[in-house]
Structure formats: structure tokens, C-alpha cells
Design a protein around this ligand. Sequence first.
Ligand code: ZN
Ligand code: ZN
Length: 395
Amino acid sequence: MSLREDAQAMQGDLAALRRELHQIPEIGLDLPRTQERVLAALHPLPLEVTTGGGLSSITAVLRGGKPGPVVLLRGDMDALPVTESPGEEFISRHPGAMHACGHDLHTAGLVGAAQLLSARREDLAGDIVFMFQPGEEGWDGAGHMIEEGVLDAAGRPVEYAYGLHVMSSTLPRGVFASRPGPLMAASDGLTVRVIGAGGHGSRPHASLDPVPAAAEMVTALNTLVTRRFDVFEPVVITVGQFHAGTRRNIIPDEAVFEATVRTFNQQVRDQVAEYTVQLCRSIAAGYGLTVEATYNQEYPVTVNNVDHAGFLGDVVRDVMGEERFVEMPNPVTGSEDFSRVLDKVPGAYMFLGACPTDEPDKAPTNHSPRAVFDDSVLADGAAILAELAVRRMAA
Ligand SMILES: [Zn+2]
Ligand SMILES: [Zn+2]
């Protein structure tokens, strides 16, 4: 039987595992119950399993029967601080936590790939590292796992890496999508504290009011995007938090705001880091205020190696059919810490449509409390990960 047929035979078990995980969502780097459940699922397989030191990761190595390269397959396991809207019979049992980004499907799918490949171990020409990762949602779990040695888990360096992300909207169910080059944005944070000297709202000249200056910075940051960056090099700056003051007739001592910044090119990213801080300092100085502006580079751009993105598309089309793969014209402005892995080794990342309805453009997006992921795509997701590893080894 083909890998795809074997995967189809596992569909029921994979969906059951996914639904179990869905009910016990955990957030961040410490996912003890999830880790325990995944370890139990991997236990019967011929894998060398290790767990993380500073985080509840799982690294499992499958030794092929023949010599060949080391291929890494990755699934992230963490949930989000979202309270799930009622709908599913397997709704989260933990109010305040939900698998709203579909990482429960990634975890179950990677278990499926490990089962498929374990059954073919003797024929595999190389080793496979299965990377079960906590803390994708802003905790840099991938960075931590790299520090703890996931890229050398097989005793020699990982040479190629692949992963996938399910989407509750946008893509039709069962359709895989990817592209060569940048796939997802770099995600950075700008934090600005404008410091003045508070006073009575009726006597602004006797105070140093930080509020208008901070408001001007918010507007100026958006103007900066259009005046200092090439229109063909996208930059997104969104101020999502702005805090100042307690009452309308009191000028506060300070105003604080934070922005998320998305870019697709490291040079542009470095310029944004420099220009935004410079701009805030200049505006503050103009009003006699002081400012603390810090720019933190967080997840880098997720960049697909051109050859591997092409290989990935060929594999999906060959295994699933032409209509099941879409080459995306543009990257997306979301970000991913799998970028840390693709920074070190060539490979590719892809999306998989898991919208339960026939109108993906109208469905709630990932991260919504109403996001629904159709787990009937699990078998195909697992089959594609396994096929990528097998065919890369044979290449
Ligand atoms: Zn997410
Ligand atoms: Zn995600």
C-alpha cells in the first residue's frame, strides 16, 4: 500500500488523538499533559525519544535501515489564551485555553507521520528527527529546541527540514499552499515610553504633556512606512496598545505604547529597527520630552529554500493531484518560529486548508474563539510529511 493509503487507514485514530489533545490545551513552553499524551502515542514505535530540559519538547529519532541524510519534520503543540466558543463536542475543558491555531492537528499529524515512517524503517535511506515543539505562539520554542540540540539529535546535523500549518479559513479544505522564498513575515516588537511631567489639565504649559507627542508618534510611524521604504518592500506597523492617564483633567507623567512590526527582508527589518527608534526620539526631543524606545527582533522571516519549495509542490501534486496544490503569489504577514529552523537548514514550510465549510473566505480565522479545523485532513497532512522525508532521502 502507498503511504497515502496507509495514512487513510489511520485517519480515525489520528482524529481521535487530535480531539483528545483539543480538550487539554496548554499554553507556552510547559505542556506536561500534552507531552505525556504524545509520549504514550510514540511509545510503541522504534524511536529514540528524548524530552526537553527547559521546555516540554519531545525529540524522536527514527534510524533508517540504509545510510542517507537526516531529515527533520516538525509539529508545534501549544495552544492560545482564548476561551473556545461552544460548538465542538470535544470542546476545550480548560476555559481560557484553546487550540485556536490548530496545533493539535500538527501534533496528531506528526505522530501519524512517525507511525507511517516507522512501519517503513528498513527501507528508509537516512534518519528522521521528529520535532514536537511547545511555545510557538510567542515563546520561541523552536529557538529553545535548537539551543538544546534538536538539529544534532541524530548524532549528526539535520540536513533538510519540513513542516506544515493548518488554516481554518482562506484555503479550501485539503488544499496545500506554499511558495519559494519568503513565506511568512518577521515579527518584531516596538515598545515606547514617553516621559513628561504631569500636571493640571487646564495648565498644559506648566507641565510636559506626553500624550500629544505619543499620539504624533503613532501617526508618524505609519507615515514612516510610506516615506522611507520602497513600496515593493512591505512593512506593517500596528500600534496595538496605547496607555496614558487616569482622568481627563490630569496630564499624566507618561504615555506608553507598543507596536508589532512585520517585514520580509532582513535589511529592511534592520532599517525599521533603526528608523522607528530614531523617529520617536526626535519627536520627543521636539517637545522637550524624554523617551525610552526599544525595538526587539523576535521571529525572523520564514524563508523557503527555492529548490525545496519546488520539490514540496511537486510531491503534493504527484501524491494528491494537481488541484490540491496552490503556489501562493504573496507571502502572509503572520509569523512562525519554524523560521529559526529554516534559517539553519534548507527546507520548506506549507499551509494546509482545514476549513470545515465550502466558504473558507467567510470562516473564522486561526486564533478566533470560533475557529474550527476539519480534522479529516489529518491523514493527508501526515502522508505529505512522510512522503517529503522519503523522497528527499531517495533524491
Ligand atoms: Zn498561531
Ligand atoms: Zn500556529
